[in-house]
Design a protein around this ligand. Structure first.
Ligand code: 5AD
Ligand code: SF4
Length: 419
């Protein structure tokens, strides 16, 4: 979501005659697009603002957008006096207002819902992967999560607006469409004729666009997986065989305290339905370790579920107490050293599963999408249908290539283009 917001902000400023620079000291306007989902990201914001303040031109304007802006509000101006703007994740389209009068302070942290989508100028070129938000906010209220506060209640974008944005992205270069939402499979929109659209309807229509070759969506809530969506994995080859469906914990007791009302049997039933529909599907998850009250036994159950499902490409985090959340007030917080130990253990299990999955890809051929050159500038990087990076030596990279995997390790694959 932040990548998408960043691109729209850049396009908006380009529309106003700005161009991007890598160098803070050259910039006339500088903004930090911020995330507040864990404390670590939030903590970095003010030190980064201090660095920007020292490096920027004296008359350059600067500020923050996104979830830390929403969380801090006017406090941000008290912390850094000469900050020019503080705009929440649903108000960044108001940024041009400050260009008319750089001496004002611009503060807007309202939850404006979908207004920004109508106000932003369209992008003029798309990378191969276009991220398209179809809904924002979340009604789930997991007890650890700040998102319902920062992004507000769940709201689905009008179906036609989404399709128009996707068509436009495809026209200006997108090959892969990644449909986004904090609760993407909860998408539900009823138009003026009373017709209701779900995520599966969007996917079916996107698949009809010839130049779009790959479709995926993130992030899904387990109990909102409906049969129409699962069935699409059987019938729609453009839908990648890869799904992020966070479980968060393998302990039902902890899931209850997280206010995630599903049990392990129910979660496994959904995975099995996906595997029946698409036998080559792989599942990714998010995990939180050290949630308040998590005992060794609860944590062992998380390790067990990770091994049983064999999740790939997963994300694991130490529980981070956040303002405006119920879990931050729970009395049985877990000490930092135990959280760290558990994270190391879980990561080593997830890494081993990832390594084994990557090794199982050797000698297989996948259609992969070109991403760009690696850091050294000497190799080309593709993404497999499972989002693994695949390194290829070639003079002329094609946008979509059939690549045979020749070797693999924990973090990437190597391959050669066969056509
Ligand atoms: N602490 C740690 N991780 C969190 N996440 C959300 N809130 C917190 C928190 N307070 C993780 C969840 C979610 C992902 C986006 O971030 O795993 O799925
Ligand atoms: Fe946060 Fe996801 Fe839970 Fe919504 S479903 S409250 S975004 S963790």
């Amino acid at each position: 979501m932040n990548v998408y917001d960043g691109m729209r902000i850049a396009a908006m400023l380009e529309h106003h005659g700005f161009e991007q620079t890598e160098n803070v000291s050259d910039a006339d306007i500088i903004l930090l697009n911020t995330c507040s989902v864990r404390a670590k990201a939030t903590d970095k914001v003010y030190s980064a603002l201090g660095r920007i303040r020292r490096a920027k031109k004296p008359n350059a304007i600067y500020g923050i957008v996104g979830c830390v802006a929403r969380e801090s509000g006017a406090d941000a101006f008290r912390k850094i006096r000469d900050l020019n703007f503080v705009l929440g994740p649903q108000s960044y389209h108001k940024l041009p207002e400050i260009l008319n009068d750089p001496n004002t302070k611009l503060l807007d942290i309202n939850l404006g819902g979908l207004e920004k989508f109508d106000e932003l100028p369209p992008i003029t070129k798309s990378p191969h992967v276009a991220y398209i938000p179809i809904q924002e906010g979340c009604n789930h209220c997991c007890t650890y999560c700040i998102v319902p506060y920062t992004r507000g209640p769940e709201i689905s974008r009008p179906y036609n607006d989404i399709l128009a944005e996707i068509m436009h992205s495809a026209t200006v270069g997108a090959i892969e469409i990644c449909l986004l939402g904090q609760n993407v499979n909860g998408y539900k929109y009823t138009d003026e004729h009373g017709k209701t659209y779900r995520l599966s309807d969007i996917i079916r229509d996107v698949a009809k666009i010839d130049s779009v070759k790959r479709i995926r969506f993130t992030s899904s809530y387990p109990t909102e997986m409906t049969d129409d969506l699962i069935d699409l994995f059987r019938t729609e080859p453009k839908l990648l065989p890869f799904l992020n469906m966070p479980i968060q914990s393998g302990s039902e007791h902890i899931l209850q305290r997280m206010n995630r009302p599903y049990d392990l049997t129910g979660y496994m039933d959904i995975i099995n339905k996906f595997r029946t529909a698409r036998p080559d599907i792989q599942i990714s998850s998010d995990f939180i370790v050290g949630f308040p009250g998590e005992q060794d036994d609860d944590f062992e159950q998380t390790i067990n579920i990770a091994k049983n499902v064999r999740f790939i490409n997963s994300y694991s985090f130490k529980y981070s107490p956040r303002p405006h959340t119920a879990a931050a007030l729970m009395p049985d917080q877990i000490p930092e050293n135990i959280k760290s130990e558990r994270l190391i253990k879980l990561d080593s299990v997830l890494n081993e599963i990832q390594r084994e999955f990557n090794l199982s890809c050797i000698d297989k051929t996948f259609q992969c999408l070109y991403e760009g050159v690696d850091k050294t500038g000497t190799h080309h990087i593709y993404r497999t249908p499972y989002m693994q990076p695949c390194i290829v030596s070639t003079e002329q990279p094609k946008t979509l290539a059939n690549i045979k995997i020749t070797s693999a390790n924990k973090s990437c694959l190597h391959g050669k283009i066969i056509d």
